[in-house]
Design a protein around this ligand. Structure first.
Ligand SMILES: [Zn+2]
Length: 351
């Protein structure tokens, strides 16, 4: 019976190295005839130049500076280095090292961004880390003023790459980049409702017959995301407090910030105040996207408080309300990181 076993099958079973050789393939893009080292990730090999790797990576420099022992596996005379990274990461790494892709905010690609952060940290490639972090920090800045501008850029990126924000937040958790989280979460709250945040973003497949995909926040990211989202209600709560809802003088009369002392049209401003209270209640946190208005006038506009002939308040009262709004919007931003329990008081990996 043993003679009936096909020889080819026996060979594969008894010789795993030979089986590996059969399944190994060369990278279509990164196989240079004059390359002098072969990197292998999964079953894909890349024949590249050691000088390129050594020039950018301190780890590779140390690695290649050690004398190679006899019997090191080789491919076409080049030493073979097995890497535990994904094929995509090594493909991206080569594209970046050979200058085929340059990262910038306008053409940002999360596949490359992820490779730059992961490989940059793992192999100590400074220009990967510096470029990727700059891009992320430009898009997700530390000040509210900058976020007002950068959020518009993030919206544009999402139009061409819908999972972008989910990928960036997950990347920040996997790689210790908490400084970008407040801005990234604020953009998420503004763009996605509670259902999408908790159950993930559905991504339509471009291929016929392929099922749709769904990208989710990682568990810790989701917990922080929901904690932070709840705190967004503080903006309207603090505004209501400062306008004076629930404050009375000794005679039992309600004291409100408007009509203010310099008010020029008390009947109009009193009417506007009633409508403003209703608008602030609607602006509060619910299951829909959160507005995070930029100016007090934006609240008036959104909730149609504006009269045909102009503002719902006289100029002095508008000024008082704008100041209350600005003060509490900044306070909301300043308080926000304290509502991300996983990252309280922690720093980015490079600081
Ligand atoms: Zn007034």
């Amino acid at each position: 019976m043993s003679n009936e076993t096909p020889p080819a099958k026996r060979k594969r079973t008894e010789d795993p190295a030979a089986e590996d050789a059969e399944t190994t393939k060369r990278s279509a893009r990164f196989w240079f005839d004059d390359g002098n080292v072969v990197l292998q990730a999964g079953n894909t090999q890349f024949r590249v130049h050691r000088s390129h790797l050594v020039l950018h990576s301190e780890i590779m420099k140390d690695c290649f500076s050690c004398p190679q022992p006899d019997g090191v596996p080789a491919v076409e005379g080049c030493p073979l280095v097995h890497l535990p990274d994904s094929v995509q990461d090594i493909e991206n790494l080569c594209a970046l090292l050979y200058g085929l892709y340059h990262i910038d905010v306008q053409g940002i690609d999360t596949s490359y961004l992820g490779t730059m952060i992961r490989m940059g940290r793992k192999y100590d490639i400074s220009f990967f880390k510096i470029s990727a972090l700059k891009c992320l920090r430009d898009l997700f800045p530390r000040t509210l003023e900058e976020w007002d501008v950068s959020h518009l850029e993030v919206k544009k990126i999402i139009l061409r790459s819908p999972p972008f924000l989910f990928e960036v937040v997950n990347m920040a958790y996997e790689n210790h980049i908490p400084s970008i989280l407040p801005a990234a979460f604020l953009s998420m709250y503004k763009l996605y409702n509670l259902g999408t945040l908790t159950s993930g973003l559905k991504l339509k497949s471009n291929l016929p017959g392929e099922p749709d995909q769904r990208i989710m926040l990682e568990p810790l990211a989701l917990i922080d995301c929901l904690n932070g989202r709840t705190s967004m209600g503080s903006l309207t709560q603090w505004m209501l407090d400062d306008i004076g809802l629930g404050t009375w003088n000794l005679d039992g009369d309600a004291i409100y910030a408007v009509p203010c002392y310099d008010c020029t049209d008390k009947p109009m401003c009193s009417k506007g105040l009633t409508e403003l209270f209703a608008a602030l209640v609607r602006l509060g946190v619910n299951s829909r996207q959160i507005q995070i208005p930029k100016t007090f006038l934006e609240i008036c506009d959104t909730y149609r408080l504006l009269e045909e002939e102009g503002n719902p308040f006289c100029d002095p009262c508008m000024l008082v309300l704008q100041e209350i709004f600005d003060k509490n919007r900044i306070a909301m931003w300043d308080e926000f990181p304290a509502n991300l329990p996983s990252w309280r008081d922690t720093k980015d990996f490079d600081t």
